[in-house]
Write a protein that binds this ligand. Structure first.
Ligand code: ZN
Length: 307
């Protein structure tokens, strides 16, 4: 098993890099419809003046579903350097539908939404590389076989309680999904040539834990900032220094204290020379080609306006 196409779970820092030469990669992912209301938050959090150490704007990944989406705004996000990925057409209930769906049903929903994003937001098909299943309800091997057959690069649906938190990994060895790495059944049981970007659980003390940032409800701005910072620190200080994923719904920002805390937190992050805020597929490009922090300003995948 070797990079760039194979990377076992729990195998430390990619390429065996030293912690001191490993950048702190941070990614934001937002699920569901893109609307004028959600877009107003993205425009503030990812405003052009906020840049990575190479001077290029920071950006996020958007797992987009069809209903209520204003595709003109999806295009604006894409043009500003954000990554757009598929989160299904219908986002239907019940949750168990996604557990039991056939490969053909997965294709209709996930490839179907990929086609919508291409058709209505003008995003090139080969730049829609990932998916997240609604409700983080995995669909065992049907979901993953569909992704493989349709040339997706990654899934980002696996809730993980791994300690320390996990790097993204590939799925050729499903028997290695141990230690809470896949904490919501049904997990894949067959090998797949795909990347998995797990959702490492967020913890708010012992009161609350969730794969989504918005699964916990801090009462004040100070509590929200403390909550986000603590989870960042548990990644930053971990021996394997894994990427820090903030997976969430923009609806968390309906509570202004949460939005203000996130706005402050991003301002803190970008003042660090070893922190890079990039979309998920760029985290994967780094994982596939581990490049020391000292050489990262010239790392091509992180260049401005690269998709
Ligand atoms: Zn959703």
């Amino acid at each position: 098993c070797r990079l760039p196409t194979c990377f076992m779970p729990n195998s430390g820092i990619p390429g065996g890099l030293a912690r001191s030469q490993t950048p702190m990669l941070v990614y934001f992912s937002f699920d569901d419809a893109v609307t004028p209301w959600t877009k107003s938050f993205f425009d503030q959090l990812f405003k052009k003046s906020r840049t990575n150490p190479n001077g290029c704007p920071i950006a996020a990944t958007h797992f987009n579903s069809h209903q209520n989406t204003v595709y003109k705004l999806v295009k604006e996000l894409y043009d500003a350097g954000h990554e757009i990925a598929s989160h299904s057409i219908s986002h239907r209930t019940p949750t168990t539908w996604w557990r039991d769906a056939s490969q053909a049903e997965y294709k209709e929903e996930i490839v179907g939404q990929k086609n919508n994003i291409h058709k209505y937001a003008d995003v090139p098909l080969n730049e829609i590389r990932g998916m997240r299943v609604p409700f983080l309800q995995l669909g065992k091997d049907n979901q993953f076989n569909m992704l493989e057959k349709n040339h997706f690069l990654y899934d980002a649906s696996m809730s993980s309680r791994s300690d320390p938190p996990s790097w993204p990994f590939t799925l050729q060895y499903p028997k290695k999904l141990v230690g809470g790495l896949c904490s919501v059944e049904p997990c894949p049981t067959e090998p797949h040539n795909l990347w998995e970007v797990p959702l490492n659980n967020f913890y708010m003390g012992s009161d609350c834990s969730s794969p989504m940032v918005d699964g916990c409800r801090p009462a004040t701005k100070e509590a929200a900032l403390k909550y986000i910072r603590r989870n960042f620190q548990s990644h930053y200080n971990s021996p394997n220094k894994p990427p820090f994923g903030l997976n969430m719904h923009a609806s968390w920002f309906a509570y202004p204290q949460n939005f203000q805390a996130m706005d402050d937190f991003i301002e803190e992050l970008i003042s660090n020379e070893d922190v890079w805020i990039v979309p998920i597929h760029k985290v994967l490009q780094w994982t596939q080609n581990p490049t020391p922090t000292s050489e990262l300003k010239d790392f091509e995948p992180f260049a401005c306006n690269k998709h």
